[in-house]
Ligand binder design. Structure first.
Ligand code: NIG
Ligand code: FE
Length: 446
């Protein structure tokens, strides 16, 4: 039925077809559809497709038609009709990097860092969360993750990746992946095994790497992706490649935490391994930018981390930057975008470096901290993010045939979502064609 409606031209179809839902008269429909190929690169990032007085027709949880209201309404009548006058309609956000399952927070350590006391190391922070997480039961971990998914959905996220990583032992990692697999929620959850998060204290590194490899088969049914931290504070390129090759043989796709605390050849190694994504990239080199540009590995930027770790604000009494390369992130990421690399944005939700669940905040921070434009941040958070999860044929843009995952906003155009900050601007979220999350109207001039 869907195919017939899509192929029927205006003149060939006299009687409008009845569908489940029509959203009509949106001030703007932002499709995030790529002009050609997979994802959006380079100058095209800044030229999003926007339809004035736009409409969507939805049937069976899928998009049947997108276009000007006059055209869509001529061909379709909705069993339900939503009038989106004065409102923006976009694809749901795809959040490709979250450490969703954990217990306990790290606000005390962060509070000291704010006041100028040097923070703990990445490994000590992760070790802290691993201990608080180990002390929580399965149901507590599951309920915590479900409540975070509620918040994500209310802020416009319709698909989210979720990693293990706060286990640090095989048994604890298995339990976290079982929690991920048990998450029954309207937000689609994509599981990732992050056995090589940081080297656990006391255990010989080689033994840990071999242990992760030994566990790959056992948890394969619980995770689609395998992630490794290729970073001076994590694992070396040779160790990451060893895990990546074994994961590849087990049929996982690969994700990398790359070059967060320093240059660890993480991005180069991710491209060499054929990874779906290389995330963080605070210390990405020009050579790695060139390699990313020539690859299908999605470079994923995490502005919540730059903001929360105060990378771009000198601390009280700090005479110089502890690492003078960090304030130049905007310059480096502009080279990355202009090189033609596939670039995405994600929350990196976690209790240490980015306790933020909102992709709205991510777009807003990316524009301000990295000087990325309106169209750029939207494409990076939707279609390019969908490429990184291997789901761009199904989600990430408003196109006939794709899942009906859409957000109706309390503002009239996509620029407003980025230009404003601080309030939840979502009016409602449609997931698989059903109205899932009407948010309170906190900011509405639509
Ligand atoms: O920012 N390898 C990782 N870094 C994590 C930190 C998580 C944490 O601090 O708990 C990240 O992605
Ligand atoms: Fe992370």
């Amino acid at each position: 039925m869907t195919g017939l409606q899509m192929s029927g031209g205006l003149s060939s179809q006299k009687t409008p077809v009845e569908v489940d839902l029509v959203i009509a008269h949106a001030a703007e429909v932002l499709t995030c559809r790529p002009a050609s190929g997979r994802g959006v690169r380079g100058a095209d990032l800044g030229r999003p497709e926007r339809i004035a007085d736009g409409a969507l027709a939805i049937d069976g949880g899928r998009i049947v038609a997108v276009g000007p209201s006059a055209e869509v309404l001529a061909r379709h009548t909705g069993r339900e009709v939503l009038d989106a006058t004065g409102r923006l309609v976009t694809p749901g956000f795809v959040d490709t990097h979250t450490h969703l399952v954990h217990d306990g927070y790290r606000h005390e350590e962060w509070g000291r860092k704010v006041l100028g006391t040097p923070g703990g190391s990445l490994a000590s922070g992760i070790g802290h969360t691993a201990r608080t997480t180990a002390a929580a039961g399965f149901e507590r971990l599951r309920d915590g993750a479900l409540s975070r998914l509620d918040t994500m959905l209310a802020h416009g996220t319709t698909t989210a990746e979720a990693k293990s990583g706060y286990g640090l032992t095989a048994a604890a990692e298995r339990r976290l992946l079982q929690v991920v697999a048990a998450l029954d929620h309207p937000v689609d959850v994509v599981g990732t095994f992050l056995g090589a998060h940081v080297p656990p204290p006391g255990a010989p590194r080689e033994e840990h790497v071999d242990g992760v490899i030994a566990q790959l088969g056992e948890v394969r049914h619980l995770a689609e992706f395998c992630d490794v931290t290729c970073d001076p504070a994590g694992f070396a390129p040779a160790e990451c490649l060893k895990i990546a090759r074994a994961a590849d043989e087990h049929g996982y796709r690969l994700r990398f935490h790359a070059d967060q605390t320093g240059h660890g050849a993480g991005a180069e190694t991710a491209v060499e391994a054929g990874a779906a994504s290389a995330d963080h990239l605070e210390h990405v080199t020009d050579r790695a930018i060139g390699m990313l540009a020539d690859s299908d590995t999605v470079a994923t930027l995490l502005p919540g981390v730059s903001y929360h770790l105060m990378d771009m604000v000198p601390g009280p009494g700090e005479e110089g930057w502890s690492d003078p390369r960090r304030p130049r992130l905007a310059e480096r990421y502009r080279r990355l975008v202009d090189s033609g690399a596939l670039v995405a944005l994600a929350t990196d939700y976690n209790p240490g470096s980015s306790p933020n669940l909102s992709m709205q905040a991510v777009l807003q921070l990316a524009a301000r901290l990295y000087r990325l434009g309106y169209g750029e941040v939207w494409h990076m958070s939707t279609i390019n993010a969908a490429v990184s999860l291997g789901r761009d044929a199904d989600i990430g843009s408003l196109e006939p045939g794709k899942r009906a995952d859409a957000v109706i906003w309390n503002v009239p155009s996509h620029e407003h979502v980025v230009n404003r900050f601080g309030a939840n601007l979502v009016a409602s979220v449609i997931k698989d064609g059903a109205l899932r999350a009407p948010a309170r109207r906190e900011d509405g001039d639509a």
